[in-house]
Ligand binder design. Structure first.
Ligand SMILES: [Zn+2]
Ligand SMILES: [Zn+2]
Length: 126
């Protein structure tokens, strides 16, 4: 997984967020300890980073779980029951379906019992 950002915040802080006594107290006629140089590149990279993070926050997370019209298996009719992927032998997470349970459309399990996708049948990948 790539780092959240390449921006070295401690370097930015170390260069641009130091105290400047004369400046901070409105006494710049006594000299100034602010760094020389053009702050625009670092401001631009900070702005770009904030924009990137805002886009990430605005993106809806991909739904994880069965499609509404997919058949799923639940062990019993109970509120909040796990919905499991139906596999050739049992469920996607390795449970047996021989003991009973109910096979329904995912939409019905959600509507009827507020079913939630089993995290082992539908692992979160991102
Ligand atoms: Zn200063
Ligand atoms: Zn499962």
């Amino acid at each position: 997984m790539s780092p959240v950002t390449e921006l070295d915040l401690s370097a930015v802080t170390g260069q641009w967020l130091n105290q400047c006594g004369p400046h901070d107290f409105g006494l710049s006629e006594y000299g100034c300890a602010c760094p020389d140089g053009d702050p625009r590149p670092v401001i631009a990279s900070l702005v770009a980073e904030v924009e990137r993070l805002r886009r990430l926050l605005a993106e809806p997370t991909a739904p994880v779980g069965p499609a509404d019209d997919e058949r799923v298996w639940v062990s019993t009719a109970r509120a909040g029951i796990d919905m499991h992927l139906i596999a050739a032998h049992g469920t996607g997470c390795g449970r047996s379906r021989h003991a009973g349970g109910i096979t329904v459309l995912a939409a019905e399990a959600v509507e009827g019992w507020a079913g939630v996708p089993c995290r082992r049948c539908w692992p979160v990948t991102s």
